[in-house]
Design a protein around this ligand. Sequence first.
Ligand SMILES: Nc1ncnc2c1ncn2[C@@H]1O[C@H](COP(=O)(O)OP(=O)(O)OP(=O)(O)O)[C@@H](O)[C@H]1O
Ligand SMILES: [Mg+2]
Length: 253
Amino acid sequence: MITVIGSLKGGSGKSTTSFNLAVWLLTQDFTTAIFDLDPQQTLADTAECRAEDDQHPVLEVDSPRTRIKDKLIEADKAHAEVLVDIGNSNMSAAKTAYLIADRIIIPVLPSQSDVWSLQRFLKTLESLDTKPGIEIVVFVNRADTHHAVMETRETLAVLKQLPNITVITRVLSQRLGFRRSFSEGLGIFELEPRSKAAAEFLLFAHKLYPLRRGGKKPPQKKKTVIRLAQKPAVRKTPLKRSKKTASKKTRTK
Ligand SMILES: Nc1ncnc2c1ncn2[C@@H]1O[C@H](COP(=O)(O)OP(=O)(O)OP(=O)(O)O)[C@@H](O)[C@H]1O
Ligand SMILES: [Mg+2]
């Protein structure tokens, strides 16, 4: 199954979602091919950080410039899952991915302009000759964690009214862990396994890849209670690592 993470909006969380899903799928015994079609190569860079640290499972990211359609089809035949991160600075590659996708997952930030952008994107997809039966899945990323902030609930309410899409009501909140997990090359559930961010992500991932398709059981809710005192310390910043990794990826905190 070819799943493309896409949106018209920059910075909506496509690469963060792709990366975490890719690592998670590999830990769940799904054979997975991972593609980064964004010239920014964010996903490929993160995979490189992971490789530098010898983290397993190894994330092999392919970034083809030519024969993209053929390569996606070949990967689909050879793997249980294909995951594609796109970037809007290469619209032609993104379009190729949308046309071959079985499913497009769209992260939407909880704001009016992001909902408008989503609607425009859905119209664009409608105008394309996408696969029959393609599933369009939308979720809210970077949801506000403060209950008094209404935008996430309002955004979800609007999303539910949009036709021909599946809305995942499990949001991913705005959490520092997601940013850190990126620079460390670790899935959020590896970096902070007991965190709220990891719990949110695992529930989200299990919604997208249910048990019947081969994944392991989702975590029980009570196991994901956070005990702040037991939270693992955040790993060293790259600056401290620079002696050993002078020629390696420069990472932010
Ligand atoms: N749930 C989240 N909580 C906190 N930060 C997040 C979250 N999701 C994404 N981010 C951060 O937002 C920024 C943009 O995310 P990301 O690079 O995944 O977006 P993108 O859609 O791939 O962007 P682009 O369009 O440039 O490819 C990154 O700094 C990332 O760490
Ligand atoms: Mg990206």
